[in-house]
Design a protein around this ligand. Structure first.
Ligand code: C2O
Ligand code: CU
Ligand code: CU
Length: 502
């Protein structure tokens, strides 16, 4: 499936110097794709595993998070060896209010470096979890910041360069919810009617441990798993009542993109994008959600009857070389209790002000097509027999360099950035740290701004053939932040740059 890309590489001027490396790469690719055809096919279970609900902790008092090895029962009746921030896989859900101060005592009990990046939070650079800021094994770090942003569903995960993919895949991630008074005024479903849905695919060895062993092929397309999990439960079910539910859906997968819908055709009432509530509810039957993205949705189960069973599923879609060819069920809902429902889904939500493109002082364009290899800094293309995996992907021809500043922007100014995947063959969910943006156009490919993109975003999916423009105003948090593809194998193999706010 990645053949076209390899043919392009071998056809390029660099081919001669790379010849040895490419030949072995093609060999291992053939090997990998043979393995992958069996490894990647989604395994469908009986949906008899009760959905795990992560504990919820209130961020008004100091929080302790410990990254360590745990066990979890991802597959019913089996013990999996995982990493987690609590006692199992993933982390407790952290809930905070806008305006409050948060203190997180983080302890690294792993045998390697890690850190925590607060994906979606607008916080100072020394708290953001950039790969330059690491926490050594058996060390602690106190993450302290104040919340200064609207209600939304954010998340957190490790960000040590070259290790992010493995640590997230093995279980380190969590949801970070911000609440505010504008949201509270909407009286949205809460308690048992507000459900976290963290979707991740895992590869699992026969002994129950999580298998993260990417070959070159997996680095090209991203690492996929055959077990589709929700909140760390594979083949899960959840019993629901005849009510409106609020689902906070996070695609926490390394690479897999889902085309979400309900098997019984009930629509998503989208009320929020990555980091905030929308101006008005968007009703739609399916949503393509890429790694890093979140949607906040209301789903109305009130007209279903007790005994009804249906699935959250992923349908096929046109996702370039490596995605969208399979449809599968993700989790099952059983309607088990009839109760009266008086809540009606609001059509208008919060004040959402689009940023006017006329405010932009600069437009920057980034070629994310990856049709050319990154140029090594010394101009010497001979990297020997083995391809340097940390430089397999690039943005605008550059692979990640921890210390290099690629873009410099000014605090409190507005810019338009364009991600150009017009010539690309793979999809790339592009994510910026430290700022929230709005999507202002998409040309090529799907050609429109989608309903779940009509609000505050920090991650946007660029399909092959697409050019996506975003607009943002940089906050007054000076320092160096990263932007990257949120396909974690792409990120770890170089598809990340730094921007500095001055
Ligand atoms: Cu969720 Cu730098 O990423
Ligand atoms: Cu982030
Ligand atoms: Cu990518």
């Amino acid at each position: 499936m990645e053949r076209k890309k390899f043919l392009k590489i071998t056809g390029s001027a660099a081919a001669l110097a790379f010849f040895g490396g490419i030949t072995s790469l093609l060999e291992s690719c053939k090997r990998a794709s043979m393995d992958m055809s069996s490894a990647i096919s989604v395994i469908t279970g009986k949906f008899d595993n009760i959905l795990r609900l992560p504990p919820i902790i209130n961020g008004t008092s100091p929080i302790n998070l410990v990254a360590k090895r745990n066990t979890a029962s991802i597959i019913k009746g089996k013990t999996s060896y995982v990493l987690g921030y609590g006692d199992s896989i993933l982390a407790p859900i952290i809930k905070v209010n806008n305006g409050q101060n948060v203190s997180i005592n983080f302890q690294n009990q792993l045998e390697e470096i890690t850190n925590i990046h607060w994906h979606g939070l607008i916080i100072p650079e020394n708290m953001d979890g950039h790969p330059r800021y690491l926490v050594q094994p058996n060390s602690t770090f106190n993450y302290q910041f104040s919340i200064n942003q609207q209600a939304g569903t954010n998340w957190f995960h490790p960000h040590p360069h070259l290790k992010t993919g493995r640590q997230v895949f093995r279980g380190l991630a969590g949801m970070f919810i911000v609440n505010d008074s504008e949201e509270a005024a909407l009286n949205l479903p809460s308690g048992e009617f507000e459900l976290p849905v963290i979707i991740q695919d895992k590869r699992i060895y026969a002994d129950g441990s999580i298998n993260y062993s990417p070959e070159e092929m997996d680095v090209m397309s991203g690492y996929f798993g055959q077990y589709i999990c929700v909140n760390g439960s594979w083949s899960a079910y959840h019993n629901v009542k005849t009510k409106v539910y609020r689902l906070r859906i996070l695609n926490g997968s390394n690479a897999r993109v889902y085309n979400l819908s309900f098997s019984n055709g009930i629509p998503f009432n989208i009320i929020g994008s990555d980091s905030g509530l929308l101006g008005s509810t968007q009703i739609i039957g399916n949503v393509i959600l890429s790694p890093g993205e979140r949607i906040d949705v209301l789903v109305d189960f009130s007209s279903l009857s007790v005994g009804a069973e249906f699935y959250l599923q992923s349908n096929t879609f046109n996702g370039g070389d490596s995605q969208g060819s399979e449809s599968f069920k993700i989790m099952k809902f059983n309607v088990t209790e009839q109760v009266p429902e008086t809540f009606s889904i609001p059509s208008s939500l919060v004040a959402f002000v689009p940023i006017s493109p006329s405010l932009s002082i600069k437009t920057r364009t980034f070629d994310i097509s990856n049709i050319h290899m990154a140029m090594p800094e010394n101009g010497n293309m001979n990297m020997g027999m083995n391809m340097d995996m940390s430089k397999m992907h690039n943005i605008g021809g550059k692979s990640f360099d921890m210390e290099r500043i690629d873009e410099t922007v000014s605090a409190n100014t507005t810019e338009i950035w364009e991600f150009d995947n017009a010539a690309g063959e793979d999809l790339h969910p592009m994510h910026l740290h430290g700022v929230q943006f709005q999507v202002i156009s998409r040309t090529g490919g799907r050609g429109v701004i989608l309903p779940h993109e009509m609000g505050w975003k920090d991650t946007v999916l660029c399909m092959p053939g697409e050019k996506v423009k975003i607009i943002m105003t940089f906050p007054n948090n000076l320092g160096t932040f990263a932007f990257h593809c949120h396909n974690l194998e792409h990120e770890d193999s170089g598809m990340m740059l730094n921007f500095k706010i001055v």
